[in-house]
Write a new protein. Structure first.
Length: 255
């Protein structure tokens, strides 16, 4: 690892990885992406010390965690800002970032994984998002064999990966949608009058609720979701769609 062009190590399908990608793109920082296969050898190597992706190689440093990545990007390139200039608004935005990280992001993953547990073809397609055809085709052919492997990864990754845990995460997601509405009070943004890290975090982590067309990778058609159907009329979902439409922008990836 050295200085030069930033390199983002990522899972293309992941909501926390999308959070880091969005920040790089929002700031227009040219970077390269390395998309790993969940459970693959390199992904396991990165996770050997309880680390996780996304991981950003930036100016000779290796930064782990989407929140730390955004903080480093703000320090390196303050404009356009994701942190409000006003101290009180900045504190509020960072508190909301932490709230959605801890009370929405992981619960979104658990709900999606639990609801798709019997959708072997979809699960394989989703996990191999952005992988080359040489990886995707064998994975689809071997999906009956891979299903218990994928189930094992999910069971280890998420505590309480069962019906009770699923219901708890549904309640957490419902609370997150309510939090969006209570914070913005009918305004376009969660904090102040402009797009901040709070809006980016909520929209990125909850993207599977709306499957936005602005997502930069081709996602498979989502299976039926009990939670999405129950929340379909919630106004926060339209807010999430609007944030994606207005602020996702174009990729700054060097290809």
């Amino acid at each position: 690892m050295s200085g030069g062009t930033p390199v983002l190590w990522q899972y293309s399908l992941s909501n926390f990885n999308e959070k880091a990608r969005w920040a790089l793109d929002f700031k227009g920082i040219p970077h390269r992406r390395r998309s790993l296969l969940p459970g693959g050898p390199r992904a396991r190597w990165f996770s050997r010390d309880k680390g996780t992706l996304p991981l950003l190689d930036l100016d000779g440093r290796r930064i782990v965690d989407s929140t730390a990545i955004i903080a480093a990007l703000e320090e390196r390139q303050p404009k356009p800002p994701l942190y409000p200039a006003d101290a009180d608004q900045r504190r509020q935005a960072l508190e909301l970032e932490d709230y959605f990280d801890e009370h929405a992001g992981h619960d979104m993953r658990r709900v999606g994984s639990w609801e798709a547990r019997d959708e072997a073809r979809y699960g394989t397609q989703f996990l191999t998002t952005d992988q080359p055809r040489a990886v995707r085709r064998p994975a689809l052919a071997l999906r009956p064999v891979l299903r218990p492997v994928v189930w094992g990864i999910a069971s280890r990754r998420y505590r309480d990966f069962d019906e009770r845990g699923y219901r708890h995460s549904c309640e957490a997601l419902q609370a997150a949608l309510e939090r969006i509405e209570s914070e913005r009070e009918g305004c376009p943004y969660l904090v102040g009058e402009r797009f901040t890290v709070a809006d980016l975090t909520a929209a990125a982590l909850l993207y599977p609720l709306v499957w936005p067309p602005e997502y930069q990778y081709e996602l498979p058609k989502a299976p039926r979701s009990e939670f999405v159907e129950s929340a379909a009329s919630h106004p926060a979902l339209e807010w999430i769609r609007e944030i994606w439409r207005r602020h996702r922008g174009v990729s700054a990836e060097i290809v």
